[in-house]
Each structure stands twice: as structure tokens, then as C-alpha cells.
Design a protein around this ligand. Structure first.
Ligand code: KIV
Length: 319
């Protein structure tokens, strides 16, 4: 018998105190049971059914998000901050990203799995970009790779699609350009910038991206882009008129340590839950309330009787 870190056991008969293996619950959001593909995204846009996307970075959250019926799971390079504590997304490497993509792959069955190409993995040259995109598919099991930038990336995006790898675009506030933008600022606020955003969106549409993330832009601009392109648009800080919405998982459940952006809505408070649980565990251990006798393993009756006899004999001999 081996105990797993989840407190479960390979042998469910071995001890009543051990939690039974849990069968995967059905997808609450799964009306058709069908796998989400890039084609599904277009169908959802055509059917005016809002598309949902969340980031996930590990097996457990990926599985929960997938089982909640979310259509797209993105292993975002935001894991640089949320999971690894880096200051921004510029430091995270291909190998670090792949490590998380593989874990998420094991947890996702139905949703479309997207992997973010990290900074430096596609900017240097085309063959390096193709090699890295291929690694996400071959080693990580990703179905789509995401690349930041519009018009200027369209040739590269075409080459990656030619290599049979679907691509997601990402325009507006592109966090990998933080140093060029001079901070995380809403983009597309003057006419020239709006025009550039439209050109970027149309270039991505023509290049054949599977979807495009619109981040940190006025809702009016996101609405115009969404009406103009046949590609599904997925907004984050881009208002309600996009074809879908994406949130960073840690924002969704209040697991970040910074002041949230205007568009963030907390749907749960995992931060408070984890702090409370850790504090309560500490209290219980310090006051000898954990573990209880019921939470302890016991010797079989005959071994206990034998042990008591041996100990009694030793005590008698001692004197
Ligand atoms: O890295 C990320 O999480 C993203 C989302 C914000 C779209 O790119």
C-alpha cells in the first residue's frame, strides 16, 4: 500500500480512515460531451454564445477549471508572476512554461489547451519560433500557441500555422512589451492607436489565427474589432462586447498580492481560505489538537496484545 500526497491510498480496503478514490464528476457545463476544438470557437462566435477562458498552471486547478465547463484553458506566461514570483513576464523561460503546460495537459480533457509563447521564444528568428511552438505541441500537448503582437507578427503566425500549429493572437496591452509601453497602460486611446489596433486585428484575422486576445483596450474599440473580424475575440479588460472573456485564475479567486485591475472580479477568496486553513492548522498543532486518535493509524489487535505482553515482561525484568 502506498499513501499519496492527497491522503489517498492505492488500496481502498486498507483503512477506514483513508479517503476513497473519487471518480471524476461530469462536466456541469458540458451539454454535448464534445471536445472543444478551434472549430468550436468559430461555431460559438457564429452562434453568439459567449466563450469562456481561464488560465491554469497546474494539474489540480486545470482539472477543476475543465470540469467546470470552461471552453479554453490558457497556460499564460502570467505564471511568471502568479506561480513563480517574478516581477513581470519577461523572465519566464520555455522550459519553465513547458513544465506547467505538461501538468495542465494531464488535468484538461475537454477544453482547448493554449500555451503562451514566452518572451524571447519567438522574437529572435523564425526557425527558433517554429522549434519552440513545436515543443509546446509535441512535448507539452498544447493545441494552440499564443503570440503577442498584431501586424508585425502576421508573417511569423502564417509560418507557424503552415506547420500545422494553430495560433492565438494577442493585441492591445501586451505584457511582454511592458518596457516599450512604459508600464501596463490601457492601449488604443487616441485615433492613431485605434487605427493601429484595427490594422493589427485585421492582420491577425487574415493570417488565420484561431482566436485573438484583446487586452486592456476601450470597450468601444473591442466592439468594433469584434464586429469586423470573423475570428473569435477573447477580451480581458476590453469590455463586454467581445466574443468571449478570459481571466487570470489567481485574479478569479483572489490569490494575488497586488491591487487588482479595474476589470478583475473576484469569484472566490482562495487567499483568505488558505490563510485561514494554514492558521487553524498551526493553532491545532501547537495546542495538540491535531492529529486526534481518530486521525491516527493503530496496530492490529493481536500485534498490540503481543506488544503489551513484551513490554510488561520487560517491566517485570527491570524490576
Ligand atoms: O499570460 C496570460 O495570462 C495572458 C492572459 C492575460 C490573456 O496572456
Amino acid at each position: 500500500m502506498s499513501l499519496t500526497p492527497g491522503g489517498r491510498t492505492d488500496d481502498p480496503r486498507s483503512d477506514k480512515l483513508v479517503a476513497e478514490r473519487i471518480a471524476p464528476p461530469p462536466h456541469p457545463g458540458d451539454k454535448t460531451g464534445s471536445k472543444i476544438t478551434t472549430a468550436s470557437l468559430r461555431e460559438l462566435k457564429l452562434g453568439h454564445e459567449p466563450i469562456t477562458c481561464l488560465t491554469a498552471y497546474d494539474y489540480a486547478t486545470a482539472r477543476l477549471v475543465d470540469e467546470a465547463g470552461i471552453e479554453m484553458v490558457l497556460v499564460g506566461d502570467s505564471l511568471a508572476q502568479t506561480m513563480l514570483g517574478y516581477e513581470n513576464t519577461l523572465s519566464v523561460t520555455m522550459d519553465e512554461m513547458l513544465h506547467h503546460v505538461k501538468a495542465v495537459r494531464r488535468g484538461v480533457k475537454r477544453a482547448l489547451l493554449l500555451a503562451d509563447m514566452p518572451y524571447g521564444s519567438y522574437q529572435l528568428n523564425e526557425s527558433e519560433a517554429l522549434r519552440n511552438a513545436t515543443r509546446f505541441v509535441k512535448e507539452g500537448g498544447a493545441e494552440v500557441v499564443k503570440i503577442e503582437g498584431g501586424e508585425k507578427r502576421s508573417d511569423l503566425i502564417r509560418r507557424i500555422i503552415e506547420a500545422e500549429i494553430p495560433v492565438a493572437g494577442h493585441i492591445g496591452l501586451t505584457p511582454q512589451s511592458v518596457n516599450v509601453m512604459g508600464g501596463y497602460k490601457v492601449q488604443g486611446k487616441n485615433l492613431a492607436a485605434v487605427e493601429q489596433l484595427m490594422r493589427d486585428a485585421v492582420a491577425l484575422d487574415r493570417a488565420g489565427v484561431a482566436c485573438m486576445v484583446l487586452e486592456g483596450i476601450p470597450r468601444e474599440v473591442a466592439a468594433m474589432i469584434t464586429a469586423e473580424v470573423s475570428t473569435p475575440t477573447i477580451g480581458i479588460g476590453a469590455g463586454p462586447d467581445c466574443d468571449g472573456q478570459v481571466l487570470v485564475f489567481h485574479d478569479l479567486v483572489n490569490l494575488t498580492f497586488a491591487t487588482p485591475a479595474k476589470f478583475v472580479r473576484h469569484y472566490g477568496d482562495a487567499g483568505a481560505m488558505i490563510s485561514d486553513a494554514a492558521g487553524a492548522f498551526r493553532e491545532d498543532v501547537k495546542s495538540a489538537k491535531y492529529p486526534s486518535d481518530e486521525e491516527s493509524y493503530h496496530l492490529p489487535k493481536e500485534t498490540k496484545t503481543g506488544l503489551d505482553t513484551v513490554l510488561a515482561r520487560k517491566r517485570t525484568m527491570r524490576g
